[in-house]
Design a protein around this ligand. Structure first.
Ligand code: ZN
Length: 1056
């Protein structure tokens, strides 16, 4: 080892120049991480570049700093990042960008490695006197590239990338074996077909050129340096928080949710208003900022009127009293993501130039400011949706600068809009890669999959001994869970079993499949499709506990006292099962009710045998029902003081309310299956929490904030009901009583409001919370987790691994690597929580997309389907909020329009616009005009016309206009017999119809232009199922249609 000195010239935060001398050690052996290594480098840690690449690429500092995202393109393999470039990136671009590079280096899906060139004796070059830093860095990288070439004995081509033309000339002429070329030449010569990388490169380089030519006129105040911000936050002068821009008044109104408010500011509420663009000072929605409070005389209030053109405000009723107001003084962390923008149509003839133009593109998300994008394809991109990234926002620029990443398609087309929803929610679901699919087990007619005898010997074999069956929605392909129940000890003991697909047997920790599943965190259900978390061979086949085939399972089995149903013992472990029956809910219920039912598995058997088996199955179902009723009652009783399962109740009560509309009984068997799953999740939570008190993944549901209930309480009071929200049980009981016999919708709306007021259930690591915080409010359980759906939730995969480790510990072995630290687990939990939220949001947006596409096809003036019954559920300053049960649509209905006209009601109840005035009261709103006055009360039924408000740059939105102040009565011709589950039915019909129309339109377009068929269809085959199982169509869409989407998504999130 050689010791030298290294002189560094650094800049301090205040801008002072500092000279630092560091001892620097050089070694002869620094690993190269290449599979071609002949020198025996130590590669035990880290990735290794495969031997079969055509070349290795060594980017210099400038390329890594400016073009990292081009190097991230997955096809570009064999990249060697030098230590010199990494350090320069960290220094010039900050932590966020540096972490991005570190993640890239860690990700096994990318073939790239880090070479510690400055520690390598023969590749390190000391800086020469007077040598400019950039020149020296380039020399270091070149020297590293040459070392690489020689180290691998010249068997692999090495390409050094640099944007410095002098360096190309200087080093390119040396005969060292290393090619030195620019990024553009590299892409053209080595990757001529990789258009995505070419386009990304041009757009990034355009953005860089534009940045240089910026005019220096100041538009905004400068941001304070990081150390001043930090000190100011510590002393309480500044408040730190995440900027949240108002959806409805994006230009003027934003607020920050303060984090860790200092006690000196205890008189502040938890949010600070930031009003106007100057005060927002270039902060973008989602950024972590520091805010300074303005003098009290400049404080303002939030606007509570319905904003024209947008949906409703969240909670926060009627007060326009001034609140703490501040201005942004600095940005602690940018949280920029990929944004979808639209290139607006351009007026007038455009000059036909090939030169680049700067276009102000409009983000799809209202909360994001316009982004200035330089492009050479301004004409081609008109009316298109494009993914862009923001690069910078200087104080001299009114708008941020960005560059385009890829084109999604023409605005308004179904596929473009669905992709937009995904990008906007940071959902990235590429087809599963070849390498990932190679990890998968094979199950084909030629090579059928079979139970491995070694595995069979290690597992408890239930195939012959237990009657195992599944109950799911009809058509379910991915069967996560199965059940068994039988009598032991001559009937004194009952054995209940829950058997879950053993996904972790096939998905080992750290494999490519595991990483992809972790990244996705969940299966994504959109209105017309789904994106699976796991490849189809697992989710639809080998992990799916289908009938009549051997499968691996992870089981929980309880021995219960047959009389009291008290738990005598619990067994956890891996098993082999063979499900005898794949039942669907209706069939199971029919068997329970003793009705004649065709069980497909029994077809073709003799009458006697059939009868015997049927009796055994029915007996098992009955026993199961009895156990589930008991478990349910136990949880309900959980003591009058303890809380009980409101969410599950709410969901089931929703079912009961449908009954009120449509005569149809909810199936008890739904509840039975759900109860068994809740029980298994609860017992697994106990097991892993006891085994790993500080590092188990559980799920908690915090009690709701009382102030969120105010709308519910006030609204109920308007109908004379008292809703008691003091405890969960009181809430459940008082909601049960708030029933108007003449109008079942009243109770339903109140329940929707109650659900909306609930908090989200979240995953967490037990090391981070005190045990009294583990409580699941909704289910009234002290500990809860997710164990029963590992095919479509990554949390369950983590929990399966923890359970396996806990079982290993019981047997006296080591838990193995499966147990992550508290910190890592909390990070995982945070990631999964975020992805779940994104999944819910995407589902909601895609449902709204389909609703809009459905109505877009119809003329609201003549089409009867555009007129519907609506119920008023909230009163606002200039209108009301109404719910349209038929379509599951919620939205504002204006009583006063922009021209100042108000809704006037004629003799027959018909409404028209007249000049006049509106007046808001707590439970009603009154309009007065020359026609007299009209009143709209909470829970009044009105008739609305539904139309689509189209805006090119944003999502379409439905608009509701009152046409009559009475309930909607269908004319005899239009009245159709209401099918059971009318809402759900109409909603999935709606999806089908929209898909059909879109397919027709795209077919016509294809025939017309004779274009090549889109690649995406084939691509999609690998990553998703085009025809969703009924789970998504019936269950999910039905819930969304029944409830308002927000409430529904909360329900999905909070229930078991
Ligand atoms: Zn080596």
């Amino acid at each position: 080892m050689i010791k030298t000195e290294r002189v560094l010239h650094l800049k301090s935060c205040r801008g002072r120049k500092v000279r630092v001398v560091r001892e620097h050690y050089l070694r002869e052996r620094v690993p190269c991480y290449s599979a071609l290594c002949q020198a025996g480098c130590d590669h035990r840690e880290g990735k290794v570049l495969p031997a079969d690449l055509t070349h290795y690429v060594v980017p210099d500092v400038g390329v890594v700093v400016d073009y990292l995202e081009v190097l991230e393109v997955r096809e570009l393999q064999g990249v060697v990042f030098t230590q010199t470039a990494c350090q320069a990136l960290q220094h010039s671009k900050g932590r966020r960008q540096y972490n991005r590079l570190r993640n890239l280096l860690k990700d096994p899906r990318h073939d790239c490695v880090l070479f510690a060139n400055e520690f390598q004796e023969y590749s390190y070059c000391p800086r020469e006197k007077g040598e400019r830093q950039e020149k020296w860095q380039t020399r270091c990288v070149y020297s590293a590239a040459v070392w690489y070439y020689n180290h691998l004995a010249g068997v692999k081509d090495v390409v050094m990338l640099t944007e410095d033309q002098e360096a190309v000339a200087q080093y390119g002429s040396l005969n060292s074996g290393v090619y030195v070329i620019s990024v553009r030449d590299f892409l053209q010569n080595f990757w001529p077909e990789l258009h995505a990388a070419h386009e990304l490169y041009s757009s990034v380089s355009l953005a860089l050129q534009e940045k240089e030519s910026e005019a220096p006129e100041r538009q905004y105040a400068e941001h304070l340096p990081a150390e001043l911000l930090e000190a100011g936050i510590k002393s309480g002068r500044y408040i730190q928080g995440t900027l949240n821009v108002s959806k409805h008044r994006a230009l003027s109104e934003a607020s920050i949710t303060a984090e860790g408010l200092s006690s000196k500011n205890s008189d502040l509420s938890w949010s600070v208003l930031v009003s106007g663009a100057k005060n927002r000072n270039r902060a973008v929605h989602g950024d972590l900022v520091a805010v300074e409070l303005l003098p009290k005389s400049e404080w303002r209030g939030k606007d509570t009127a319905l904003a024209e053109g947008r949906g409703e405000e969240p909670s926060g009723e009627g007060d326009r009293k001034p609140m703490a107001t501040g201005r942004v003084v600095g940005i602690l962390q940018r949280n920029w993501r990929d944004y979808v923008v639209t290139f607006p149509p351009r007026e007038g003839p455009q000059p036909q130039t090939r030169k680049s133009q700067r276009i102000l593109a409009v983000p799809w998300d209202h909360r994001i400011p316009k982004i200035r994008v330089s492009t050479q394809q301004a004409d081609a991109l008109q009316d298109h949706r494009v993914v862009v990234r923001m690069d910078s926002w200087e104080s001299s620029s009114l708008y941020p600068n960005g560059h385009s990443v890829r084109v999604l398609g023409r605005a308004g087309e179904l596929e473009t809009e669905v992709q937009t929803v995904l990008v906007e929610n940071c959902i990235h679901v590429p087809p599963f890669s070849e390498a990932q699919l190679r990890e998968m087990p094979v199950n084909s007619p030629e090579r059928p999959w079979a139970v491995d005898p070694v595995q069979a010997a290690q597992r408890r074999d239930l195939r012959a001994s237990h009657l195992v069956f599944s109950i799911d929605p009809p058509g379910c392909e991915d069967v996560d869970d199965t059940l068994s129940v039988q009598r032991l000890n001559g009937g004194a003991t009952l054995e209940l079993g829950v058997h879950i697909a053993d996904v972790t047997h096939f998905v080992s920790e750290g494999s490519l499949t595991d990483l992809e599943a972790r990244t996705r965190a969940t299966t994504y259900y959109l209105a017309d499709r789904r994106y699976d978390m796991l490849p189809a061979v697992l989710s639809g086949d080998l992990c799916s506990l289908l009938g009549g085939v051997d499968r691996y399972a992870m089981s929980v089995m309880w021995e219960l006292d047959a009389q009291t149903l008290a738990v005598e013992s619990v067994w956890y472990g891996r098993t082999v099962v063979r499900s005898s029956y794949k039942l669907h809910y209706e069939l199971a219920q029919a068997l329970l009710d003793g009705q004649r039912a065709e069980v497909p598995e029994l077809a073709g058997l003799g009458a006697e045998e059939q009868g015997g088996r049927l009796a055994r199955l029915a007996d098992a179902l009955e026993t199961l029902t009895r156990v589930a009723r008991h478990l349910r009652a136990q949880r309900d009783r959980g003591g009058a003081l303890e809380l009980e399962g409101v969410e599950v109740r709410a969901q089931l009560d929703e079912e009961r309310n449908i009954t009120a509309l449509v005569p149809r009984q909810p199936l008890e068997v739904h509840e039975t299956v759900a109860e068994c799953m809740i029980y298994a999740n609860h017992w697994v939570a106990r097991k892993i929490q006891e085994a790993f008190p500080h590092q188990a993944l559980l799920r908690r549901h915090p009690p709701p904030r009382q102030e969120f209930f105010s709308q519910l309480v006030d609204t109920a009071a308007a109908r004379g009901f008292t809703v008691d929200t003091s405890t969960n049980k009181a809430l459940a009981d008082s909601l049960d009583l708030a029933v108007d016999p003449r109008d079942p919708l009243v109770n339903r709306l109140l329940r929707i409001m109650a659900t909306t007021a609930m908090s989200q259930a979240v995953y967490f690591s037990t090391g981070l919370q005190a045990q009294d915080q583990f409580y699941h409010y909704g289910l009234a359980l002290d500990r809860y987790t997710h164990f029963t759906s590992p095919i479509r939730r990554y949390a369950d995969i983590v929990v399966h691994r923890l359970l396996a480790a806990a079982i290993a510990v019981d047997r006296g072995s080591e838990p193995g690597g499966a147990v992550a630290s508290n910190k890592d687990l909390e990070e995982t939990a945070h990631h999964i929580n975020n992805k779940n939220q994104a999944a819910q949001q995407a589902q909601k947006l895609s449902t709204e997309l389909f609703q809009c596409l459905y109505f877009k096809e119809r003329d609201p003036q003549s089409d009867q389907r555009c007129v519907a019954d609506a119920v008023i559920y909230s009163i606002r300053d200039n209108g009301v909020l109404a719910f349209v049960p038929e379509y599951g649509v919620k939205g504002p209905v204006y009583m006063k329009n922009r021209e100042g006209q108000v809704v006037a009601v004629g003799e027959d109840g018909r409404c028209e616009w007249q000049s006049g005035a509106v007046r808001r009261h707590p439970d009603h709103i009154t309009t007065s005009s020359s026609c007299g006055s009209a009143t709209f009360r909470l829970f009044d039924h009105i008739t609305v016309r539904i139309s689509v408000r189209s805006t090119l740059c944003h999502a379409d939105a439905l608009s509701l206009e009152v046409v009559s102040n009475g309930p909607h009565r269908r004319t005899a011709a239009a009245a159709e017999p209401q099918p059971a589950r009318s809402q759900g039915r109409s909603s999935s019909q709606l999806v089908r119809e929209v898909v059909r129309l879109a397919e027709e339109a795209s077919q016509q377009a294809q025939e017309k232009a004779a274009r090549r068929p889109k690649l995406s269809r084939e691509e999609r085959e690998f990553s998703q199922t085009k025809t969703p199982n009924l789970y998504s169509l019936l269950e999910e869409v039905r819930e969304l249609a029944l409830l308002d989407p927000e409430a529904a998504s909360r329900l999905c999130a909070t229930t078991a």
